[in-house]
Design a binder for this molecule. Structure first.
Ligand code: ADP
Ligand code: MG
Length: 289
């Protein structure tokens, strides 16, 4: 089915990022609830057609660890692109850890390990489709109502990446050292970002900038990522958990394990249990009936 701008009804605004705005919407003809993200793109119709062509690859994406894609179209005006995807009712990991912080709770290692496992599986799937994510961070990892963890906002369209680069430059805080140095970018760079993501979710606040150095310039921050030791978790977390993060944050991408190797790590092996859903945990987090 073809998605058209006039077939949607806004329900509520879900959030706003550097590159766009996300709305919970109803697709009237099918009565499906979707998340609709709008971003500003180049006005050149040739570039826009190229972006739409590249995004159509998403239709063939099918993995339980990837947020499903419903379609994309040019929304009102000539520079607004709308991307429609699966609505994830549990929100992003950023929403979830902020909620935990407000309730003065810490997210346990069962959940952290399940996040690590799902992200690794999602990255393996993307890699099998020759896609590198490029923007792993808590707000790009979402939970469905029944507690499945899925990744979204990955770099499938080179032309869209170019188009957005003019208005926004990724999230420097999660950028791997090799990327900062202009080296080759691989799935292992996404593993680096996963390490920082796990720290952030575990401690209910971003891993970087390091505590006690809040006002770093971009240059100082990038210098720390390339040359200084990365933050770790405290002794209140297990040895396995801390070792997993340490492996993610190995500076040399040649030495840093890829997602397949990480799936074999004790931290994931200990907690992996496909029969145990995070649905009831999520229900408690959000106070759902
Ligand atoms: P960012 O990822 O930088 O926060 P985005 O524009 O990608 O910016 O997303 C903004 C917010 O919208 C996210 O933090 C998340 O809370 C929400 N969001 C994005 N996609 C979805 C989705 N598919 N389902 C539910 N919420 C979503
Ligand atoms: Mg996002």
């Amino acid at each position: 089915i073809e998605l058209k701008p006039t077939d949607f009804q806004d329900i509520k605004k879900l959030g706003e990022g550097a590159a766009g705005t996300v709305w919970k919407v109803r697709h009237i003809p099918t009565d499906l609830i979707m998340a609709k993200k709008t971003v500003t793109v180049d006005p050149d119709p040739k570039i826009q057609r190229q972006i739409l062509r590249e995004l159509s690859f998403l239709r063939t994406c099918g993995s339980p660890h990837i947020v499903a894609f419903y379609g994309a179209f040019l929304d009102d005006g000539d520079t607004t692109l709308a991307i429609c995807m699966e609505y994830c009712e549990g929100g992003s990991l950023e929403d979830i850890y902020k909620r935990a912080r407000d309730m003065q709770g810490l997210i346990g290692e069962t959940v952290l390990a399940r996040i690590a496992e799902s992200v690794c599986r999602g990255l393996i799937y993307l890699h099998s489709q020759h896609v590198i994510h490029r923007d792993i961070k808590p707000s790009n990892i979402l939970m469905t109502r029944d507690g499945q963890i899925k990744i979204c906002d990955f770099g499938v369209s080179g032309e869209l990446i170019n188009s957005l680069a003019q208005t926004f430059t990724g999230s420097q805080y999660y950028m791997a050292p090799e990327r900062i140095k202009g080296g080759a970018y691989s799935v292992r760079s996404d593993i680096w970002s996963l390490g920082l993501t796990i720290i952030e979710v575990a401690q209910n606040r971003p891993a970087l900038p390091p505590p006690g150095q809040p006002n770093l310039s971009v240059f100082e921050l990038l210098d720390i990522i390339v040359h200084q030791p990365m933050p770790t978790l405290g002794p209140d977390r297990s040895e396995a958990c801390r070792d997993f993060i340490e492996k993610c944050l190995i500076k040399d991408p040649e030495e840093r394990p890829g997602p397949e190797t990480m799936l074999e790590h004790k931290f994931i092996k200990t907690w992996s249990d496909p029969t145990n859903s995070l649905g009831s945990w999520l229900k408690e987090v959000w106070g759902w009936p």
